[in-house]
Design a protein around this ligand. Structure first.
Ligand code: PAF
Length: 328
């Protein structure tokens, strides 16, 4: 209990002729995430809160810090480790810096579609990765998602790997992504998310890559001209809780957080399904020039990152990578 703040909310009940005071203690759950309350992150966080509140009769008071209100994703995860933040929904951008095994899910052109990714992450491979977070002072409750990542930029439309040659593309601080963009011949610039919009505005980077869920939600069309539907990599997310916080919970409370996380993922995936359908039209209406890589164009990108695969095999094992690819 010493790791988290107890907020006492005094409820005063006044009845005719009787002045009575009832008080109950609510445990505050600070939840930090990178995007707006209306994004897939916000929707998931809201659902998580609703379920925990319903299951515990309001014992926990969620306090939301959307839009990187607690800093970049790395700082938020560090906050969980030391117990100053209780929960987060976070991309895998930074997670392989905490649990290296996570990086296998960031390999480009590994997942075929959303269904494939969800089956792998909900199955034994994904669940095994979640269990590795125990040793990092974190409790990983479930895999969420953002969708497939696409490239936006202000330099030119992209059809071939040559079109990204030397392009200053912001990547997440993620060695797996970095290796792929280096292999492609781009000039990848790893950067924490809170710096990205101003860097695009100032022109210190040409572009970035993120799923439609993010591009629509943060209105990247206001600072980016071209959108190439490259779908070069699936972008998982994770629902994490601070271990010091978790250890103070009863079994019933833990079950409520687990149930909330499962339902939050369902809400998050439904949101992503929806924006994958509607997002391109929205961005065209907002003025972006959009092109989608054809199957042949995509194959050329896949071939260009082949050399990065040697490093991925060394790090994660070819057997694991092949078994993800072979998952039906
Ligand atoms: O690009 C990133 O860093 C992530 O996709 C984001 C936007 C912070 C969401 O987790």
């Amino acid at each position: 209990m010493s790791f988290f703040k107890i907020r006492t909310i005094a409820l005063t009940a006044a009845f005719a002729g009787i002045a009575g005071t009832a008080a109950f203690a609510q445990t505050e759950v600070k939840i930090g995430y990178a995007l707006a309350p209306t994004s897939h992150y916000g929707v998931a966080a809201q659902k998580w809160q609703e379920i925990v509140e319903a299951e515990t009769d309001g014992k926990f008071a969620f306090r939301h810090f959307p839009s990187s209100g607690l800093g970049g994703e790395r700082e938020v995860v560090e906050g969980l480790q030391i117990g100053t933040v209780e929960a987060t929904i976070v991309s895998t951008g930074t997670l392989s810096n905490f649990v290296p095994e996570t990086g296998v899910t960031d390999i480009p052109f590994l997942f075929r579609d959303l269904g494939h990714a969800r089956r792998v992450l909900d199955g034994p491979i994904g669940q095994d990765i979640l269990s590795k977070f125990d040793d990092a002072g974190l409790v990983a409750l479930a895999w969420g998602e953002q969708g497939f990542r696409h490239i936006t930029n202000n330099r030119n439309a992209i059809h071939t790997p040559d079109d990204v040659a030397g392009m200053k593309l912001r990547t997440m601080e993620n060695p797996v992504h970095l290796a792929a963009f280096n292999a492609l011949g781009a000039a990848p610039t790893p950067m924490a998310w809170p710096e990205v919009i101003s860097s695009l505005q100032q022109g210190t980077i040409d572009g970035q890559e993120n799923p439609l869920s993010v591009i629509v939600s943060v209105k990247l069309d206001e600072v980016q001209e071209y959108l190439t539907l490259s779908g070069h990599v699936y972008s998982p997310a994770m629902l994490l809780v601070s271990r010091p916080f978790w250890e103070g919970l009863s079994d019933e409370d833990k079950a409520a957080f687990e149930k909330g996380a499962t339902e939050a993922v369902t809400a998050m995936r439904a949101f992503v399904d929806d924006v994958e359908q509607s997002g391109v039209e929205t961005l065209k209406e907002r003025g972006m020039e959009v092109n989608e890589l054809s199957a042949d164009e995509k194959a050329a990108f896949r071939a260009s990152v082949e050399e990065a695969y040697e490093g991925y095999y060394d790090q994660y094992g070819q057997e694991l990578i092949d078994s993800i690819a072979a998952t039906e």
